[in-house]
Design a protein around this ligand. Structure first.
Ligand SMILES: [Zn+2]
Length: 486
């Protein structure tokens, strides 16, 4: 959260939007109405690429970036549009995702890399995204979105869960994803298998990773993972549909040696960050810790915490009660009292009571407010504006008025838990990372999760990450991805 607040603006096509031209679809060969030329497509992609890299951050692992780039370029050369300025980037995002921009800009999150099991699966995912570009899905989706007046649209293989609470329920990415139609997804699956197969990677890796991602979607407690199932054709159906293509690709390239390259892939992702990057703040149990900004906040126990790009939100399970934390942008006023007054008035909230105080030694203004929020309606809010150095934080506990008295104590305790982290505490906060482990006879996902992974990951997550059904157990001698702490 908090490191980036840039809003991605639509790229304006001066005078071009209404100029409809006819063009040939590179994949189908059919003539179709086109709202942008290839040059425009590339220009839009380039501009959105700058925004995307700034918004999400590029993962700082040069060897890994080069590896993904090389695989992507080999696939792109065998695609229907080899001459686009293809670019492949691993973004520093824990969510499981991959997406494409018009013009050939492809992104894959470090989050998805932990769930892919080999190089052929990586090639399948990149091939799928290349397919969205070559078949002009990305360009068409962008055009539709711009015409609908939406702010940002990045086509995505997975889409964040429906937002139950507007901005308060951000799923980690500060951008809005566009969903493609069912037909587009199936076509991209098919093109992904085709490009991977032509380039020499096992095309059966496509149904494999679709199966894995289906399992992720079924794991309902996977906090912060975009729920791609809500907007995609059901994965079993997708897996079945792609099988026919896999057979065709194999028949058409009968002499091909199919490479999977599992060991190479595993060695490349050994050591990558898993889950939150401390640079963006990190959730540990019911605490949120930000070693760079040097603060900590405790949320009520058992609440669901989402570390969004612009704010951190904890939600009471099954109830409309929340605690949220964000930085007050450009605070107005000389004192914390003035800043609180102006920021709450701007948000349309009325102060019922309040006063200046200190919270764990920090200058603060603590008040109780009434107002309303879209999709929740009227709420009562206990909010503190807290000054730490030059930064002002807002920590707010809120609930619908009838629920508020029941949760008031928990909200107040959470708001008052904001504190500075010492240098030593901050230095001790290290991310979890992927490591490799060879299974021994008698190991279970449960035992590996507890012993080798130090309870940093659930048994079911380990199974899915390693290309297994949660009901299977690892085989002795099998090389596995695990998650380790500092
Ligand atoms: Zn897709």
């Amino acid at each position: 959260m908090i490191s980036v607040t840039a809003v991605v603006k639509p790229v304006v096509l001066a005078g071009c939007l209404l100029a409809v031209a006819c063009a040939t679809n590179p994949v189908t060969g059919k003539r179709e109405v086109s709202f942008m030329s290839e040059a425009q497509e590339i220009q839009i992609g380039r501009e959105l690429d700058t925004e995307t890299q700034r918004e999400m951050g590029v993962y700082t692992d040069r060897a890994l970036q080069e590896y993904v780039e090389e695989i992507g370029q080999r696939l792109a050369r065998n695609s229907h549009r080899p001459n686009l300025p293809w670019q492949f980037t691993v973004v520093d995002v824990p969510a499981i995702n991959a997406f494409a921009l018009p013009g050939g800009y492809i992104y894959i999150t470090r989050g998805i890399l932990a769930y892919l099991d080999n190089e052929a699966q990586l090639a399948g995912v990149l091939g799928h995204e290349i397919g969205h570009v070559t078949a002009r899905h990305a360009a068409q989706a962008y055009t539709r979105a711009t015409q609908a007046g939406l702010a940002v649209l990045l086509g995505s293989i997975f889409v964040p869960a429906v937002r139950p609470f507007g901005d308060l329920a951000q799923t980690g990415l500060g951008v809005l994803f566009l969903k493609y139609g069912r037909g587009d997804e199936l076509e991209a699956d098919r093109l992904g298998a085709e490009y991977a197969g032509k380039t020499g990677w096992e095309p059966a890796a496509v149904p494999e990773f679709l199966t894995t991602l289906g399992r992720v979607g079924e794991l309902s407690d996977s906090r912060g993972v975009p729920n791609w199932l809500s907007t995609h054709p059901d994965p079993e159906n997708r897996v079945q549909q792609i099988q026919a293509t896999v057979t065709q690709v194999k028949t058409a390239n009968a002499a091909q040696q199919w490479s999977v390259n599992r060991d190479v892939y595993l060695s490349r992702i050994d050591g990558i960050i898993f889950g939150d990057n401390p640079r963006e703040g990190i959730v540990r149990g019911n605490a949120f810790l930000h070693p760079d900004l040097r603060f900590a906040l405790e949320f009520p126990k058992e609440w669901d915490v989402t570390n969004g790009k612009e704010q951190v939100v904890a939600k009471m399970p099954g109830q409309e009660a929340y605690v949220l934390l964000h930085i007050v942008e450009q605070p107005q006023g000389r004192t914390i009292e003035e800043i609180a007054d102006r920021s709450m008035k701007q948000a349309g909230f009325r102060e019922m009571s309040g006063g200046r105080t200190t919270i764990n030694g920090l200058d603060a203004y603590l008040g109780t407010y009434e107002g309303s929020l879209s999709q929740v309606g009227r709420v009562t809010m206990r909010a503190a504006h807290i000054q730490q150095g030059r930064t002002v934080y807002l920590v707010a506990g809120l609930a619908q008025p009838q629920l508020y008295p029941k949760v008031e104590e928990a909200l107040a305790a959470s708001v008052r838990s904001f504190r500075e982290l010492s240098r030593g505490e901050a230095d001790n906060i290290q991310p979890n990372r992927i490591a490799l482990y060879t299974a021994r006879a008698g190991d279970t996902w449960q035992s590996i999760a507890e012993r080798q992974s130090g309870a940093n990951v659930k048994a079911s997550t380990l199974a899915i990450m390693n290309n297994h059904d949660v009901a299977d157990q690892p085989r002795a001698g099998e090389k596995l991805k695990i998650v380790v702490g500092e």
